[in-house]
Write a protein that binds this ligand. Structure first.
Ligand SMILES: *Cc1c(COP(=O)(O)O)cnc(C)c1O
Length: 458
């Protein structure tokens, strides 16, 4: 018999999670106005709100915490991280920051000015926020397949070269300080970008004299997809693929809370000493001195180790296989999901799940609430509530898709947990006809309403 798959790790420490009854959960969610962000974590059994900062560190990473050097300047742990960034990613210069958005804040303080245009592939919301805060404009040049929920295209995160060149041609080139490619792309839950595409974008950028940066939050998961789906790279190691990806970029921003498997941290890495010098000024102002920039010495040490562990093939296989496993189970039970399943999350399609609930009653939120009541599973709405009102007309902005995202923390849950989640979703599906109405909003903030919105059942 062929030996079945098994995780390349065993569990040294456990964290108990609390079971609750359906009656308790009905009460908890009602008391919290049907907003999943308001729940205390011990009201949740399986927490799939995010994969950010929720991963499990290894024994080696925990031991690095003990070895951390907390010197203000010139910390040993800083040099350990500097070496890991050079070795794994290939950049000579870097600045630590407290998380990914802080890296954006520092880097964009140097590079983005009012009226600038920053093309990319569906910028992450904090990336877009930091561009728009500086009165710049983020232009989405993702390929059309990326927006088609029925497309099985293997690299739905790719940049459309024609769209990008059009932006280059139609704008004064000095208004385009850089292009940013986000790997994996968040659209559809971590859709990868091919190496062929990254290389082609880099060549186009060089032709027009525009810099290329990579938002690398999930660079290792992206490298795994390249190895699996891009013929030319099937025999390359993950590390070789990672080095090639970044060889095409002038620099990167990183949320270490994702693929570097730490609970907090980020950095900017770059080649240009002049950019490093300019960014250092903002780093000192916003984050901390250049050799710690918002991080503890011990956290830099654990992060250095995480860069190596996060780029091991066996780990990545276990990680991405588990996300696919949940997707397969859901499909088996007839639960509608977006395809192909991405690297870090499965998206449930609430419009197809609740065809009888109009968007004005927030079907994706309804699905999130019902899944919580059914099994104590917490996901996050990516639908009308998140899309928010038009800032001028104050009308609801109905997005094309109503999704419930189930993001899987790294090395945290077992396949039994995935089975449990899938059955909980199947049970909601079975009783969906009894769920006749959605919600109405009774209180909301003027911006970013999803965090604090209060809802009432109709
Ligand atoms: C999480 C994330 C960020 C922001 O990082 P934080 O650590 O949450 O501040 C930026 N880009 C991408 C693609 C991300 O996933």
């Amino acid at each position: 018999m062929k030996l079945p798959f098994a995780e390349p790790f065993k569990i040294k420490m456990v964290e108990n999670i609390k079971r609750t009854t359906k009656e308790e959960r009905e009460r908890y969610i009602k008391e919290n106005y049907y907003n999943l962000f308001n729940l205390k974590s011990n009201m949740v059994f399986i927490d799939l709100l995010t994969d950010s900062g929720t991963g499990a560190m290894s024994d080696h990473q925990w031991s690095e915490l003990m070895k951390g050097d907390e010197s203000y300047a010139g910390s040993r742990s800083y040099y350990k991280l500097k070496e890991a960034i050079k070795d794994v990613l290939g950049f000579d210069y870097f600045l630590p920051t407290h998380q990914g958005r802080a890296a954006e804040n520092v880097l964009f303080s140097v590079l983005v000015k009012e009226g600038d245009i920053i093309p990319g592939n569906s910028h992450f919301d904090t990336t877009k926020g930091h561009i728009e805060f500086r009165k710049g404009r983020a232009v989405d040049c993702t390929i059309d397949e990326g927006f088609d929920p029925d497309s099985d295209y293997p690299f739905k995160g790719n940049v459309d070269l024609k769209k990008l060149e059009k932006v280059f041609k139609e704008n004064p080139i000095e208004k385009i300080p850089f292009v940013i490619i986000t790997i994996t792309n968040n659209t559809g839950g971590g859709q990868p970008v091919s190496l062929e595409n990254i290389k082609a974008v880099s060549e186009l950028c060089k032709k027009y004299g525009v810099k290329l940066f990579i938002d690398g939050a999930r660079f290792a998961e992206n490298a795994y997809f390249i190895k699996k789906r891009e013929k030319a790279y099937e025999n390359k190691s993950i590390r070789e693929i990672v080095r090639e990806i970044f060889s095409y970029a002038d620099g990167m921003t990183m949320s270490s809370k994702k693929d570097a498997i730490v609970n907090m941290g980020g950095f900017i890495a770059m080649r240009d000493p002049e950019l490093f010098r300019k960014a250092s000024v903002f780093n000192i102002m916003f984050e901390g001195f250049v050799t710690y920039g918002g991080m503890n010495g011990r956290d830099m040490a654990a992060l250095a180790r995480g860069l190596y562990e996060g780029t091991e093939f066996d780990y990545l296989e276990a990680r991405i296989r588990q996300v696919e496993y949940l997707g397969e189970k859901l499909k088996e039970y007839g639960v509608p999901i977006l395809k192909p399943v991405g690297g870090h999350a499965v998206f449930l399609d609430a419009k197809r799940f609740f065809p009888h609930i109009p968007q004005s009653e927030y079907p994706a939120q309804l699905l999130g609430v019902e899944l919580y009541i059914e099994g104590g599973v917490r996901g996050v709405e990516i639908g009308t509530i998140l899309a928010d009102r038009d800032p001028i007309t104050r009308e609801e902005r109905y997005p094309k898709l109503e999704l419930l995202r189930l993001a899987i923390p790294r090395r945290v849950y077992t396949d039994n947990h995935m089975n449990y989640v899938a059955v909980a979703a199947a049970n909601v599906l079975e009783r969906r006809d009894k769920i006749k109405r959605g919600f109405k909003i009774i209180e909301e903030a003027p911006i970013m309403r999803h965090f604090t919105v209060k809802l009432e059942r109709l």
